[in-house]
Design a protein around this ligand. Sequence first.
Ligand code: ADP
Ligand code: MG
Length: 392
Amino acid sequence: MASSIPGVAELVAGARRLYGQVFGEEGPQVAVCAPGRVNLIGEHTDYNQGFVLPMALPMVTVVVGRETSGQDVTVVTATEDADEPHRVDFSLPSDGSPLSPGEPSWANYVKGVIQHYRAPVPGFRAVIASSVPLGGGLSSSASLEVAFYTFLQQLKPDDGDKISKAVACQQAEHTHAGVPCGIMDQFVSVLGREGHALLIDCRSLEATPVPLADPSLVILITNSNVKHSLTGSEYPTRRRQCEEAASILGKDSLRDATMKDLDEARGRLDDVTYRRARHVIEEIERTIQAAEALKRGGYKEFGRLMVESHNSLRDLYEVSCRELDELVSAAMEVEGVFGSRMTGGGFGGCTVTLLQAHAIDRTILHIQERYSGTPSFYVTTPSDGARALTLS
Ligand code: ADP
Ligand code: MG
């Protein structure tokens, strides 16, 4: 059956206990959380300045901690899957020189956020705990960055601008984790809203909340529990191919291109570049249509667009894998399922499935039966973005 998702209070309690064990008597002063996300449709469109339609998840990263008097920073993660050691100690450079990335790699996300924080950072101690699976495509990385930024806001407030916050967290991932990600993950982790998906225009950074709280619907996330090692190298390659296609078409980004532009230029593009660009141009259009369908309760149409998105990611963008294809095919065999697709960067991670609430048990059973690996299931609802929590 579906995994139960630990509540925020439970995570905070665990983080506080660990804080006490590591730092002794004086407990944490502040607590914050920031969610992971699932993208309903609009994959590999964010770095092409297109549209995406993600929602924030009930799975969150929590940070508890306290400001200290000096320049020293200690951060401990309670997450077992993070690389060892689970504690880092470093000093904030007093001369403003950059904090360089190093080992353990998880601490680079923290260092990056400190580097890009938009106000002075004091010394502090902090503990991280999370219910977002690491490396599963639900953006534990953005939830860590945004949680950390939110933590620093409690110690020394910045101007509070939420879009600049998302951009700073994206920068952290670029410069310190070496991942040239788009803006979607950090954006929705900051600005997600309970009961809504967010249609984000990744060019203007405008976001439109789209209601998604129909009790007759369920959003099921299935983790394939595989991650192929291609992920790291393929992502920058895809980005490059998109930039190349845009430049051949004489556009700033593929957001500005139409299928007519692409077909007219076909002779000047090699086959692979053509297919990458076609995915992006059509996926941007599908995402706009899907948001419209969702607004009017057109779940069947939404589901059909999800499957089209999956097929395009599989055949044109070539970022799916056997396991994700199996999960989608199995889900689509069940009556009551509207649509299913891979979500996130690809080559493993999760699928997202939209279905009628009454079909949830048989859908999970059927996927379990048909999938060659061992899946995990999360039944999710659109949740709020990052927030400060009260410590009782
Ligand atoms: P995803 O964002 O899809 O989960 P990524 O590979 O982008 O996958 O990010 C996962 C990495 O983020 C982990 O390997 C780890 O370095 C870091 N990370 C995320 N959450 C935590 C956490 N709770 N504690 C320590 N590191 C974390
Ligand atoms: Mg990530």
